[in-house]
Design a protein around this ligand. Sequence first.
Ligand SMILES: [Zn+2]
Ligand SMILES: [Zn+2]
Length: 185
Amino acid sequence: MKSQRITVIPLGRVDPAPLAWLREDIPGIFRAGVEKSAAMPLSKRHFYPERDQYLADGVLSELPSPPDTTTELSLGITGVDLFSGRMDCVFGIACTGKALISTFRLRPELYGGAPNLKVYRWRVLTEAVHELGHALGLSHCEYPGCAMYFSNWIGDTDRKGPEFCYRCRRWLERVVGEDSPPAKK
Ligand SMILES: [Zn+2]
Ligand SMILES: [Zn+2]
């Protein structure tokens, strides 16, 4: 089995808590070593002042491409709000080998709720797993309980959670040789 390496790259100023959570939580889903790299600056080139958002595709293009995308992935994380194409806002975006998530719309406070680190952590992991799935080649899944289900709003993210369904998990095993994660203690 191939072993994966996932490098988490903060883009601009990022809340340190999600960085620590990702390093702890991703190995429960992917059999991967997770490293944190130095922060990269967020290029103002991708900022659209009239909407106070960054273009997700532009920010994604700034992330370094891993030399072997079957064993290495880059995961960018940013605190700014992202949009893409016709989508007014996105939780994240990905292309082969590269994934990007924004924490902006994952905090319960944004929706008028009380701060809740458990919910916030669940959302950060769920969106990271979804985009990493795309980075490995997975498409959207129609099963609402699968991490690869498309989140139209935050409620979809809360419901689906970070686990892959049986079919998506099998695809990962077959196509990229992603082994099942170690059994939970
Ligand atoms: Zn998606
Ligand atoms: Zn699935």
